[in-house]
Design a binder for this molecule. Structure first.
Ligand SMILES: Nc1ncnc2c1ncn2[C@@H]1O[C@H](COP(=O)(O)OP(=O)(O)O)[C@@H](O)[C@H]1O
Ligand SMILES: [Mg+2]
Length: 328
């Protein structure tokens, strides 16, 4: 094996998506391009943040990764293996290794089940644990996510939002997964509770080497938890880079606008708030070219051609043909 090959092996990502697409049928032969040619890699034990406005395809992307949504085109790799179209046996295994935490734990938890039953369910589904083992594991899970053993028989409606989200996390963690998609896990929580849940997610990552895809519309939430960030706009990635670099030097006009709207962030190149004007392009049969152009203060005719992610500085990719002029 050559030096280069050795390095590639060491750096093999845990999760990789290549040219992933999800088109929904929008009637009359039209297609809604919810996720449109998205590629990225997530390193083992790290967090990839996915940021973008509501409706840009974040949840659809996450749901494809956990096989709650079928894939229109492209590939998903886990441990270097193509898991895009698993057999039912493979799917059962994937459902243990790859888990999801939802935004609203109230609607994602079964109101008729106690929180213990909810957390145990994935263990029963696996089918190879004794009752005793499941009891022991449940106690462990409650400790891991910080739920008092005394409320093990409580129902979801008896808990506050923060505890409900902890139950959702316990359920995700039950089969000892390697990768968790966190779909806006703190967006429905009070700000004071948000920090607790984020800290818990980070502690669990440290302790168990977990890998996360962390979805949010709120850049300030993703800043501390993410090692790398993808910025999504209408189904496509417009910028991706290590998190620190993105906050230090956002390069795409959309990322700049998103960052300028977060008042509390002390980025080095703090610009004035950029107000976005113009219509949002429809995701139904979108024209080729930059989907942000209609709202972009820097748009020219050149933006009508297809924009590809291009490495502008080390590991920092931007899909904008004017990126150098704008940031020059
Ligand atoms: N099951 C579905 N059928 C048709 N369209 C959908 C479906 N799910 C999502 N969409 C559309 O796909 C786009 C992306 O949605 P979503 O992934 O939920 O975005 P986000 O999570 O970023 O808010 C939206 O235009 C949404 O209306
Ligand atoms: Mg969503």
């Amino acid at each position: 094996m050559s030096e280069q090959e050795k390095q590639n092996t060491v750096e093999e990502p845990l999760v990789e998506v290549r040219h992933l697409k999800k088109y929904f049928d929008a009637g009359k032969g039209r297609k809604l391009h919810a996720v449109d040619d998205v590629s990225f890699r997530i390193r083992k034990g790290k967090t990839m943040g996915v940021v973008g406005e509501s409706g840009c395809g974040k949840s659809t992307l996450g749901r494809m990764l956990v096989h709650l949504e079928s894939v229109t085109d492209g590939q998903i790799f886990f441990h270097g293996q193509d898991i895009t179209h698993p057999s039912s046996r493979e799917l059962k295994k994937i459902r243990q290794q790859v888990r999801i935490i939802f935004q609203d734990p109230y609607s994602s938890l079964d109101p008729r089940k106690t929180i213990t039953q909810t957390m145990q369910e994935p263990l029963f589904y696996m089918g190879h644990h004794s009752k005793e083992e499941i009891e022991v594991r449940t106690s462990q899970l409650m400790d891991m996510v910080g739920i008092d053993q005394r409320i093990r028989l409580a129902y979801p409606h008896e808990l506050d939002g923060g505890r409900r989200q902890r139950v959702g996390m316990g359920r995700a963690l039950a089969p000892n997964p390697e990768f968790i998609v966190c779909d806006e896990p703190v967006s429905a929580l009070d700000v004071s509770i948000q920090a607790q849940v984020l800290n818990l997610l980070m502690d669990l990552q440290d302790q168990y080497g977990l890998t996360y895809l962390f979805i949010t519309h709120d850049l300030s939430v993703v800043k501390h938890i993410s090692h790398d960030i993808c910025v999504m706009y209408l189904g496509q990635l417009v910028e991706t880079s290590p998190s620190k670099e993105l906050f230090r030097q956002p390069l795409h006009p959309y990322t700049k606008a998103l960052l300028s709207a977060v008042p509390s962030l002390d980025i080095d190149h703090k610009a004035e708030r950029i107000m976005l004007k113009g219509e949002i392009t429809s995701p139904i049969n979108p024209k080729p070219g930059c989907r942000f152009a209609q709202r972009c203060p820097f748009a020219t005719e050149a933006c009508a051609k297809e924009q590809k992610l291009e490495e502008v500085s080390k590991d920092h990719y931007v899909a904008c043909c004017r990126v150098r002029e704008i940031n020059g």
